[in-house]
Design a protein around this ligand. Sequence first.
Ligand code: PEP
Ligand code: MG
Length: 587
Amino acid sequence: MDSRANPEVTVTGIAASHGIAYGQIFVYLQSDVEVPAYQVEPEKRIDEVARFDRALVVTRQQISKIKNEVEKNLGPEEAAIFDAHLMVLEDEALIGETIREFESTGRNIETCFHKISSRYVQAFAEIDDEYLRERAGDLRDVAQRVLQNLLGQAENSLSRLAEKRIVVATDITPSDSATLDRSAALALVMDAGSKTSHAVIVARSMKIPSVVGLRNLTTRVNDGDWAIVDGYDGLVILNPTESTLFRYGKIQERKKSFEARLMEVNRQPAVTLDGLTVTLQANIERADEVAKAKSFFADGIGLYRTEFLFLNSSRVPPEQEQFLAYKAVIEEMAPKAVVVRTLDLGGDKPLAGKADLFPKENNPFMGFRAIRFCLEHQDIFKDQLRAILRASAFGKARLMFPMISGTEELARAVAVVDECKAELRGLGVAFDESMEIGTMIEIPSAAVTADLLAKQCAFFSIGTNDLIQYLLAIDRVNDRIAHLYEPTHPAVLRTLKQIVDEAHRQKIPVSVCGEMAGDPVYTPLLLGLGVDSLSMSPAWLPSVRYFVRAMTMADARKLAAEALTMSSPKEIYARCDEFYRARVKTD
Ligand code: PEP
Ligand code: MG
């Protein structure tokens, strides 16, 4: 039966990759490999371990092949996903425990490996942290591959789509998305997933729409059903009517022409209609993102989140390794400046497998995080500071501390920098003696004492992601209260204004590097409040640049002044949205 005879149903999820697709659904249901259980005779036990070793080697070869393909087709950034997979195969705990389980039970190696890997997957899946929960997906993916190889089964993949289809799945593992038939996948839709899951990153880089977090969509659709995937608003429309199809056809044309218009101003300076130049910088997490920042003509790097160098590795990277990474970024961006933020580990970013450094806490966001961790682990802190100082000799670096709560903490951190400088001078190692030191303002106590902090540093960068969560007491990663996380809350606006005014009184510049800086709806509000520069994920630069060029600073200041007199976060947001829509025609 033609499913288009069924009524139209709209299902709402999370918009993960922009774009609109229309077509028939292919339901991809992963089934776990069935593992037979039996006893291995004592004389065959050596062979059984050798069989395990061979399966690990084959798995490694398969993953390396996928990694190379992804690197060729999508670039090194996306291919890095598979390093995490290769690391699973080298995990001594997982492999060693499997062999010990085999030696003590004599059960076939598949059964032992399945038992141990499932235990690890379960442990990761229960961790209350998005990054680590996603590692559970990596582990499950690799474990399934090892089991398939042990059992001599063919690869389970999405590489054989017969026709162009919208892929609907409960979850899509990184190797599924890597082997995905790119010419035939119209969109990726998942019951599970977040905006940061690997499949979504791949979808975005393939420029196909993606909607995730649809809960039980797979149980509501069948192969061959017709659907529209709206990756802008996070909608999946099942059995769309002719009028919906017509509407979406028009939307698609308009979005495409708007995106083309955004790219036309990519190279143009961010100057308002009344002639004020706005500094737009990029936030990066890895050295290889500099290329993206440059392709969007960023005026430097406003936030280099160095902790990702640590999070992407299974160990604490030594000073030399850090130096090379920082130097690469600073050298490539020169003469433009790079704000290197010292480690912000802890909170939602503990180091995996380092429970000794990051013991479990009840309130990790209010716990042993960032500068607090560094001041207690000065060996790790000093390695990083020396690496940054040495790298500063190769371009224009600025140093910034995260999570500063007051003047004494800032003074202690600066004192450690001074110690490192003295050590380097003693060794005759070059560094930039005039490197500026700034502080993030992301804790309410720092905002309230901004006048004092401004006397002790060269610049401020406001971390609105954390500042809003602490100011409003809204855990930034808790879905249940996400609707209460309101950047336009009067408390936020007043705090921003106070920080900016105190900084300017001491004649130091203020930037915003939280997510607010990358959403054009907030651009006039932030600039109108007096913020000097905005730093955002490179992909957002074109839309913010476009809007800056479509407004006047005079109007932005009026908007900010008006917003400061208002009491309702929703009304303030609506006012900002109206301001945006009046100047930028996205249609
Ligand atoms: C912030 O808190 O706004 C910020 C930029 O830092 P992070 O998101 O890394 O905590
Ligand atoms: Mg922060």
